[in-house]
Design a protein around this ligand. Sequence first.
Ligand code: ASP
Length: 333
Amino acid sequence: MKSRREFIKLGAIGSAALLTQTACAADDKLDNIETITTDKTAAIKPIVLSTWNHGIDANKAAWEILSQNGTALDAVEQGVRVTESDPDNQSVGLGGLPDRDGNVTLDACIMDHNSNCGAVAFLKEIENPISVARKVMEDTPHVMLAGEGALEFALEKGFTKTNLLTEKSKEAWQNWLKESEYQPQINSENHDTIGMIAIDENGNLAGACTTSGMAYKLHGRVGDSPIIGAGLFVDNEIGAACATGVGEAVIRTAGSAIVVELMRHGKSPQEACEEAVARIMSKHKDLTNMQVGFIALNKQGEYGCHSVYAGFNIAVRHNDFEDMVDAEYELEW
Ligand code: ASP
């Protein structure tokens, strides 16, 4: 394993912390970098983390809220809506790659600092499933609505239908059909959820996770992303975690809940992500294309990220830092 876990331990805001984080992406310079010890009294807040490159723009929207004393809940919702509404992003919301029958079906969930949560699964024709998930959380006694029921609920709440299948995604699907023999397959290109976790000025945590799921999946397939405890988990006493990658593997291991539990038992966010990745690897004999990445944030604003394969990165934003950070990983492709 490429192990440089110290440098994601953030306990102080300032140049040392900035240097340390920047170093995540510059492995060869790390030997000269001092390890920063956690100072539990100096929590970094606000702070927001998101999965993958699309997280940079999503974090910007979240930061507008967080930097003006807004809530982490509003920040994560508004943040991931940016990605959902981007037609060029083919793994989330509008423009997402469809299932093998050409339907774009979306999964999303949201969770706040009071352990309130809401989710939608297998939702069609709604551009911002995260906001429907929030309505499920706030306006119903339930946690998850799926399929037709979720769509009816969204329409009742004033959301409007949109054709989510863009020309670009339709073309990609039609090309896939030619070679695929209609067999869903996992590969590194066909998924990339946005998961976002944040702490606000008041020290409250929230998270959001939204995806069009695995491209060319079986019609009706739902991954980890809308499942509280799998794709996302928040416990305001401890921290928050989010997953991306092969949802089936994350569900099997209760991924995000495990990361938060590991933090509860004293692991740093980085150590917790590493152990969750190790768990995924030990439970799957065949790791071919089994990419999974976790991000985690604790109450002190320390964060971590780790993945099975190389290539996972996260967008981080707080008062002194705005950039991508490469995750450490276990396997090369
Ligand atoms: N986890 C998502 C799913 O399995 C996909 C992804 O994160 O890339 O639906």
